[in-house]
Design a protein around this ligand. Structure first.
Ligand SMILES: *Cc1c(COP(=O)(O)O)cnc(C)c1O
Length: 491
């Protein structure tokens, strides 16, 4: 908190003035100084209310405010001391005084480095070994043994024929479209409820996205909306060239029903499993149901190579073509010969080393994230306003992020207010993905709803994601639960 000037009052201020300053600052705290500019004490909303009840009038000054010893820190405190004091006193803000007793600033939890983040990297034991091997053998390039091994190991893990390691999940989606021959003015159907990276590569190709709504059962693409989109496209005389089905927050979409519809029109599926590595649908690994599937290893995903992606398919020709395009489309001759436009999308051999180590701990990471989710769900089961993201019978989710929507009729706060409330306690929470058909950049794109009501709009309006990292410790999970209880249970 930098602007302490806005929080300063003296005993000459009236109660009305104090209340107004408190209201305008939104900080829940005032700083009382004496005539010499020395800090006296902090003043809260509760202190002012008690003063009102003790018959001090709104236009009386604060001379009757009882003296208390406020918790303060002196200049040159350490973050650890500050944190210990906050925990011990169960407070979130502490004034810091200089040697003369004047106030310098007010610190909050987030200022002392105790933020609980949504999803952070979680390294295992062997990543370094593979990276050091890359250094020792000088394979510091987008080519090398870690890349080949990472591709083979991932393909084996998910049970797919072939894999190409790339420098992002977005690159994997772009290459999937390229190898399927998507070009200018083609149509591509895509889940609307997703991150923009699912849809942007459609535009890279000059093709036109058509967005499809979600269903409540899985939050992913709705078969009814997909069918309506196909019927609509058929009536206009132009079918899509591909359908991008996204598996959000670690959960597979309703694959059989969606695939039956796509197969009946003979249109290939690209499965965006960026968030769902380690999850499965009816026991089969997520990402392996389409003509092509993609994974992401961005820093916030369930396993990470800091940045990276993988394209998978049982069709060797498509994967070979993708690898060729990802390395500048160099023809296999001695000199630099090009017959096609290529891309620089290959993963580096160093990062593939990180990926190999991460693959070994994937199952442990899935179990840890499911464990975090289960604790939230069980500990907050009495709060009826919370509707957790469902997990249908056919789904085994990796619970990449623990997410819920709030029932407006039962909750004392909106999801935006809950996010702000968590933020005040240094807990990072975010809204759910804002649907693509609501994005300015996709204004004017065609959109097929599930029914009269748009499910994805409703999810976005009422939902949020909680910290869900596999490396959260028990005290962090407990703190998120405690703050949610405080926010969502009205005494
Ligand atoms: C993260 C993500 C991507 C993009 O992956 P990058 O590796 O960040 O390029 C694509 N789709 C979804 C659903 C994602 O969450």
């Amino acid at each position: 908190m930098n602007n302490i000037q806005e929080l300063l009052i003296t005993r000459k201020n009236t109660l009305r003035e104090a209340l107004s300053i408190l209201n305008n600052s939104g900080q829940g705290l005032l700083l009382l100084q004496d005539q010499q500019g020395q800090f006296e004490q902090t003043v809260t909303d509760g202190d002012l209310r008690r003063l009102l009840l003790s018959e001090v009038g709104l236009d009386d000054n604060l001379s009757k405010l009882p003296k208390i010893d406020s918790i303060v820190l002196r200049e040159f405190y350490t973050n650890a001391q500050a944190l210990e004091l906050m925990n011990q006193q169960k407070i979130g803000q502490i004034p810091v005084l200089d040697q003369q007793g004047s106030i310098i600033k007010v610190i909050e939890r987030k200022d002392v480095g105790e933020q609980i983040l949504l999803s952070t990297p979680h390294m295992g034991e062997s990543e370094r070994v593979y990276v050091e091997e890359a250094f020792a053998t000088n394979w510091i390039a987008p080519v090398g043994p870690n890349i080949d091994a990472f591709e083979k190991e991932l393909a084996q893990l998910v049970g797919v024929g072939h894999a190409a390691a790339l420098n992002s999940g977005t690159a994997a989606i772009h290459l999937a479209l390229l190898v399927l021959g998507i070009k200018r003015d083609d149509l591509v159907f895509c889940s609307t409820f997703t991150f923009a990276a699912s849809a942007n590569p459609i535009v890279y190709q000059g093709a036109e996205p058509v967005f499809i709504d979600s269903e409540y059962d899985s939050w992913n693409m709705c078969p009814v909306a997909l069918k309506r989109a196909f019927v609509g496209a058929e009536q206009k005389g132009k079918l899509p060239k591909a359908v991008i089905i996204v598996n959000l927050y670690g959960q597979s979409a309703n694959i059989d029903e969606l695939k039956t519809i796509c197969d009946s029109y003979d249109v290939p599926i690209i499965e965006d499993a960026a968030e769902s590595l380690g999850a499965s649908y009816k026991g089969k690994p997520s990402g392996t149901f389409g003509k092509l599937g993609i994974y992401s290893f961005n820093g916030n995903k369930i396993i990470t190579t800091s940045s990276g992606g993988m394209l998978v398919s049982d069709d060797e020709t498509l994967v070979k073509k993708a690898r060729f395009l990802s390395t500048q489309a160099r023809e296999p001759v001695l000199h630099y010969e090009h017959e096609e436009i290529g891309y620089n999308y290959r993963m580096s051999n160093i990062l593939a080393g990180v990926g190999r180590g991460q693959l070994q701990v994937l199952q442990a990471r899935v179990e840890a994230r499911r464990g975090v989710f289960l604790q939230y769900k069980q500990s907050l089961s009495d709060i009826e306003a919370i509707k957790w993201m469902p997990e249908p019978d056919w789904s085994y989710s990796n619970r990449w992020l623990s997410t819920f929507t709030l029932d407006a009729g039962l909750a004392p706060l909106t999801s935006t207010e809950v996010i702000a409330g968590l933020g005040k306690e240094s807990i990072e929470a975010r809204p759910l993905w804002k649907p693509m058909h609501c994005q300015k950049v996709y204004a004017g794109s065609r959109y097929y709803k599930a029914a009269d009501e748009s499910v994805s709009d409703k999810l976005f309006e009422t939902g949020l994601c909680l910290p869900s990292g596999s490396n959260m410790d028990q005290s962090q999970v407990d703190r998120v639960i405690a703050v949610l209880r405080k926010l969502l249970i009205k005494a």
